[in-house]
Ligand binder design. Structure first.
Ligand SMILES: CC(C)(COP(=O)(O)OP(=O)(O)OC[C@H]1O[C@@H](n2cnc3c(N)ncnc32)[C@H](O)[C@@H]1OP(=O)(O)O)[C@@H](O)C(=O)NCCC(=O)NCCS
Length: 133
């Protein structure tokens, strides 16, 4: 049984390793995840398996008002399609709503339409994204 927690503890290395596995990159860039989360996040969700391994993570950043955004939604490839992603998003939405958020935003690649729109209840919308570096 997986444990899904709001603001659950996770080390920078755990998050970066999971991120690397989910996005298929090396995963040890030394990102200061916890420092960023404490400064910029409304909260985050962790999922741990029965051996306490981190198998899911998503970050929720906020404007401090009505809006919040999902970032870095990741589930370990060995555990995908078992409902962890959906359960994490539902908990993130519930906690953000409890904190006064009205609108949760997410942008995603076409292959994740079914996940976000059908499984997690998001409405399709036009949005813009521009790389700045
Ligand atoms: C996207 C991701 C977070 C989904 O997490 P997950 O735990 O695998 O998803 P769930 O098991 O909760 O899926 C719930 C439902 O969403 C839909 N769904 C999920 N992934 C899907 C996919 N790749 N293609 C089509 N439908 C999908 C299905 O309807 C699924 O139900 P089903 O398995 O009974 O058919 C996960 O695949 C992942 O980490 N991907 C790599 C990183 C990434 O791209 N993250 C998204 C950044 S925007």
């Amino acid at each position: 049984m997986n444990q899904i927690s709001w603001r659950g503890a996770a080390t920078d290395i755990e998050i970066e390793t999971l991120h690397g596995r989910a996005f298929d990159h090396g995963g040890t860039d030394g990102v200061a995840w916890n420092a960023r989360m404490e400064r910029y996040s409304l909260g985050w969700v962790t999922a741990r398996d029965q051996d306490d391994a981190l198998v899911g993570f998503c970050n929720v950043v906020t404007d401090g008002g009505e809006h919040a955004w999902l970032q870095d939604v990741v589930v370990d490839p060995s555990q995908q399609r078992t409902g962890i992603g959906r359960d994490m998003i539902l908990l993130a939405n519930a906690q953000a709503a409890a904190a006064g958020t009205t609108w949760m935003h997410v942008d995603f690649a076409p292959e994740h339409r079914e996940f976000y729109l059908d499984a997690c209840g998001f409405e399709p919308t036009d949005a813009g994204l521009r790389r700045l570096d």
